[in-house]
Write a protein that binds this ligand. Structure first.
Ligand code: PLP
Length: 377
């Protein structure tokens, strides 16, 4: 099955009882048992729900893994995955991970004895240099947010395997349509499905796929024990979003390429960060491991004041957190998504006050470019 076909026919299709072409929303918490302990595979909806199960089968197929899991948010998914570790274990993480990931590691999970080191994983030497005797997990985000740095997944996995680590990849920006990290050797791939997978700014959700039965068993135990599951309505919305993921990702990217071309032609703009640019330091790796460069671009307008001026003038770019939806969004990472990262740390990472990030939507590219042109003028 080719990728666009799998988006429609992967997982579980329809409903055998009625012939309905879509999986119904099983708005139910519990299931009748024939005898004590004898049931049709579902006993209680925290443990398993047929609509959520259909979504979990679909994301498993799309990422090419052993089992899928749906959570109530990307952060719930990330937390559950880190809970595979024990107190006293150490994680090496990409330095400009999503702000919430940095926060949960440095303010919550650290209190339970899970230690983390944040390094620029786009340089593999930094991974090797951060290894400790208690290191158990390598956690990558690629491309990163908001600087669109790329880590070579295959090379990082080789390094992790030599030290017996699990490799986790946050694949939110690429989605399985552009990038399938399990195929490159990663053990676990996860998503904030709130973004491209949902795609319509109407659901908050997280998805995980693992590559072995052992990890599947362990993660199901954690999901059922801690209970951060996704409800049936939201599971259904994600399945609906996934049907159009392919055409959306293609269109996001073609709009983005035109916008990047426009932005790089303006001399007053500083750096433009987009992995599809040949001048991007990790362009070759991006080309090797992904089928597309995505719909996210960041650029530096020089100062907080200039960023504010641009924001106040735009008509089609909504000032909002989040990304990956049909409507174009704009944000200032230093004061929004990355505000939970301390100022000195932001400066180290290069997340300047004049850095703006856009998530290019599915509007007509000409309208978007015209809007940016008048805003930047
Ligand atoms: C949004 C986001 C998250 C967190 O997901 P939520 O659904 O908001 O909990 C994690 N990683 C990345 C890359 C994100 O963009």
């Amino acid at each position: 099955m080719k990728r666009k076909t799998k988006l429609i026919h992967g997982g579980i299709s329809g409903d055998p009882h009625t012939g309905a072409v879509n999986v119904p929303i099983y708005q139910v918490s519990t299931y009748k048992q024939e005898e004590a302990g004898v049931h049709k595979g579902f006993e209680y909806s925290r443990t398993g729900n047929p609509t959520r199960h259909a979504l979990e089968e679909l994301i498993k197929d799309l990422e090419g893994g052993e089992a899928g899991f749906a959570f109530g948010s990307g952060m719930a998914a990330i937390t559950a995955v880190v809970m595979l570790l024990d107190s006293g274990d150490h994680v090496i993480m990409t330095d400009d991970v999503y702000g919430g990931t940095f926060r949960v590691m440095s303010k919550v999970l650290n209190r339970f004895g899970i230690e983390s080191t944040f390094v620029d994983t786009s340089n593999l030497d930094n991974i090797t240099a951060s290894m400790k005797p208690n290191t158990k997990m390598l956690y990558l985000e690629t491309p990163t947010n908001p600087l669109l740095k790329i880590t070579d997944i295959e090379a990082a996995v080789l390094e992790a395997k030599q030290h017996g680590l699990l490799t986790v990849v946050d694949n939110t920006f690429s989605t399985p349509y552009w990038q399938t990290p399990l195929v490159q050797g990663a053990d676990i791939v996860l998503h904030s499905a709130t973004k491209y997978i949902g795609g319509h700014s109407d659901v908050v959700a997280g998805l995980v796929v693992v590559n072995s039965n052992k990890l599947a068993e362990d993660l199901h135990f954690i999901q059922n024990s801690t209970g951060g599951v996704l409800g049936p309505q939201d599971s259904w919305l994600l399945m609906r979003g996934i049907k159009t993921l392919g055409i959306r990702m293609e269109e996001h990217e073609s709009n983005t390429k035109r916008i990047v071309e426009f932005l790089t032609g303006i001399s007053a703009i500083g750096n433009v960060f987009y992995p599809g640019l040949e001048s991007h330091p990790n362009h070759e790796i991006a080309k090797k491991q992904s089928r597309g460069f995505g719909g996210m671009v960041s650029f530096d307008v020089g100062s907080r004041e200039k960023a504010d001026k641009l924001l106040s003038r735009l008509k089609y770019f909504t000032l909002a957190e989040s990304l990956g939806a049909v409507e174009s969004l704009i944000s200032v990472p230093a004061r929004m998504t990355h505000a939970s990262i301390p100022a000195e740390r932001r400066a180290e990472l290069g997340i300047t006050d004049g850095l703006v990030r856009i998530s290019v939507g599915l509007e007509d590219a000409e309208d978007l470019i015209e809007d940016l042109a008048q805003g930047l003028r």
